[in-house]
Design a protein around this ligand. Structure first.
Ligand SMILES: Nc1ncnc2c1ncn2[C@@H]1O[C@H](COP(=O)(O)OP(=O)(O)OP(=O)(O)O)[C@@H](O)[C@H]1O
Length: 457
C-alpha cells in the first residue's frame, strides 16, 4: 500500500453518525482530523490524493479558510458529505462544483460512499507518482513573457545554493509555484517541501506549529509533537506571508536561521535541523521594517537572494498561454461540447486588468469551462465584459504584438539561443530577427543568460 492510498478525512462540525462513517471507510487507511489546520499539517506528511470532507449544517459562510485550503490541495479528489440544507445554498453548491470530485447528502449510504472512495482512489492511482523532472518543473510555470523567462532562469540559479530566498509578488502571481520549483530543482528535491502560511494561523499557535512542543508545554499539549520545521528535515520550508509572523517569533526564526537548531516549546534541549528556508510575501517588507513591524536583521537574513514575481498585468504575453494551459489542465471537467476560447473571450482576457493575477485567471477559466453553453467560451462565461470597440482595437493590437513576441521567445528557446537557427524556424532572415529582437527589447547576445539581467517587460 503506498502512502498515496491513504484517505484524509476532515470533519468540520459533527456531521455523520460514527457507525456509518466507519462502515463507509472500511478497508481504507484513514486519517481523521477535525480542523483545517490539522488537515493541512497532515496532508503535508501524507500527500493523500483522496479526501473526505464532512460538513455540518451549522457551518457559517463564506468559508474563506476552507476555500483557500481546497485551492492549495487542488491535486486531491474530495468527496463531500453534507446535509441537504447546505446543498440548497448557492454558496455551497458553487464550492462543491469548483473543488469536489463527488458528494453525498445525509443520511449517507455507507455502501455507496465506500464505492465512491474506491473509485476516487482508483482514478488517483492513475496519476503519475513520480516527481516531475527538471524540464517538467519549469514547464509547469507557464508563460512565454520575458519576465517569466527571466524568472525561470533566475530560479534555476538560486536552486543550486543553500541561502534563503525571499519571493515577492502580489497575491496569486505564483509565488508558491516558484518556491516549489526552487525546491524541485535543488538537491533537496526528494526530501519534504513544506509550506506554512504565517498569516493563516493565530499567533498563539504558530510557535508550537513551527517549532513543535514537549508534552505538557501548554494546556492541552497531551503529547509531544515535532513542528513543521522539523518535519521539513533535509528539505525546504516555505514561510508564506512572512510579513504576518509575530515579532516575538521573528526572533526565534532568526535564531534558527543563524544557528540551524531549534528548541521545541517547553524544552531546553536544542535540536539540529537541516532545512532550507524560502520566504514569500505580498507586502513590502522593507516598509514593514521601516514601520517597525518586521525585524531588520531577519529581513537581511531572508533577503540574501530575491525573486520577484511580476503581476499578470505586466506580462500580458502570458495571458492566453496560461488560459490555454488551464483549459487543458481541467479538460476532464469541461462541458463535453466545449472546444476552446472564442475570439471575443480572448480579447476580453487581453483587456482585463487581472487584479487577482494568475489565481483569478485560473478560477475564471475553470468556471467558464463548466458554465459555457456553446462550443466556445464567451466573455460572459468568464464573468468578463466583452471588450469595447476601442479597447478591443487596442487589445487586438496588443495581441498581435504579444503573439509576435511569444513566437520569437519560443523559437529562441527551442534554438538554444542560436539566432540564425531561430530565424530559420520563424521563416525570417537573421537581420529581420535582430530587428524584431530590438523592437521587443529581447536581449540578443546569449539569449537565456542575458534575459536574466534584462528589466522585466
Ligand atoms: N506561471 C504559472 N503557470 C501555471 N500555473 C500558475 C502559474 N502561476 C501561478 N499559477 C497557479 O495559480 C495559482 C496561484 O499561484 P500561487 O498560489 O503560487 O500564488 P501566490 O503568489 O503564492 O499567492 P498568495 O500570495 O495568495 O499565496 C496556483 O494554482 C498556481 O499553480
Amino acid at each position: 500500500m503506498t502512502p498515496h492510498s491513504a484517505i484524509l478525512c476532515v470533519a468540520l462540525g459533527n456531521s455523520l453518525p460514527p457507525a456509518t462513517l466507519a462502515q463507509a471507510l472500511q478497508g481504507h487507511v484513514v486519517h481523521h482530523v477535525d480542523s483545517l489546520k490539522e488537515a493541512e499539517r497532515l496532508q503535508v506528511l501524507l500527500s493523500a490524493r483522496v479526501g473526505v470532507l464532512l460538513l455540518s449544517a451549522e457551518l457559517p459562510q463564506p468559508q474563506a479558510a476552507l476555500e483557500a485550503f481546497l485551492l492549495r490541495c487542488w491535486q486531491m479528489r474530495w468527496i463531500v458529505v453534507l446535509p441537504p440544507s447546505l446543498l440548497a445554498q448557492p454558496y455551497w453548491r458553487s464550492l462543491l462544483h469548483t473543488h469536489c470530485h463527488d458528494f453525498h447528502t445525509l443520511p449517507a449510504d455507507a455502501a455507496r460512499l465506500n464505492q465512491t472512495l474506491g473509485h476516487a482512489l482508483g482514478l488517483a492511482a492513475l496519476a503519475p507518482l513520480t516527481r516531475p523532472d527538471k524540464p517538467a518543473l519549469l514547464e509547469q510555470m507557464v508563460g512565454p513573457s520575458r519576465a517569466l523567462t527571466q524568472l525561470r532562469g533566475q530560479l534555476q540559479r538560486v536552486a543550486g545554493v543553500l541561502a534563503p530566498v525571499l519571493i515577492t509578488g502580489e497575491s496569486g502571481t505564483g509565488k508558491e509555484l516558484v518556491a516549489q520549483a526552487v525546491h524541485g530543482l535543488s538537491a533537496r528535491r526528494s526530501a519534504p517541501f513544506i509550506a506554512v502560511n504565517c498569516g493563516a494561523m493565530p499567533a498563539s499557535l504558530i510557535h508550537a506549529e513551527l517549532f513543535g512542543h514537549e508534552r505538557g508545554a501548554y494546556t492541552g499539549a497531551s503529547r509531544e509533537r515535532r513542528g513543521l520545521i522539523e518535519a521539513a528535515q533535509g528539505g525546504t520550508l516555505l514561510l508564506d506571508e512572512i510579513g504576518d509572523l509575530p515579532l516575538e517569533l521573528q526572533a526565534n526564526l532568526l535564531r534558527f536561521l543563524q544557528e540551524k537548531t531549534i528548541f521545541r516549546l517547553g524544552s531546553t534541549a536544542s535540536r539540529p535541523v537541516d532545512v532550507r528556508v524560502l520566504a514569500a510575501t505580498h507586502v513590502d517588507l522593507a516598509q514593514a521594517v521601516a514601520r517597525g513591524s518586521f525585524r531588520e536583521d531577519l529581513y537581511y537574513r531572508l533577503n540574501v537572494l530575491a525573486l520577484e514575481v511580476p503581476p499578470l498585468r505586466q506580462r500580458r504575453d502570458d495571458l492566453l498561454p496560461l488560459a490555454e494551459h488551464f483549459f487543458e489542465r481541467y479538460a476532464s471537467e469541461r462541458a463535453s461540447q466545449l472546444r476552446g476560447f472564442s475570439k471575443a473571450a480572448e480579447l476580453a482576457i487581453a483587456a482585463h486588468d487581472w487584479p487577482g493575477n494568475v489565481r483569478e485567471l485560473l478560477n475564471r477559466v475553470r468556471r467558464a469551462m463548466v458554465m459555457a453553453a456553446g462550443r466556445l467560451i464567451m466573455p460572459d462565461d468568464l464573468g468578463l465584459a466583452a471588450a469595447t470597440p476601442e479597447r478591443a482595437a487596442v487589445a487586438l493590437d496588443d495581441a498581435r504584438v504579444l503573439a509576435e513576441r511569444a513566437a520569437i521567445a519560443a523559437s529562441l528557446l527551442e534554438a538554444g539561443s542560436n539566432v540564425a537557427q531561430a530565424a530559420r524556424r520563424l521563416g525570417v532572415s537573421r537581420m529581420t530577427l535582430y530587428r524584431l529582437l530590438a523592437k521587443h527589447g529581447i536581449p540578443v547576445r546569449s539569449h537565456q543568460g542575458d534575459i536574466g539581467r534584462a528589466a522585466p517587460g
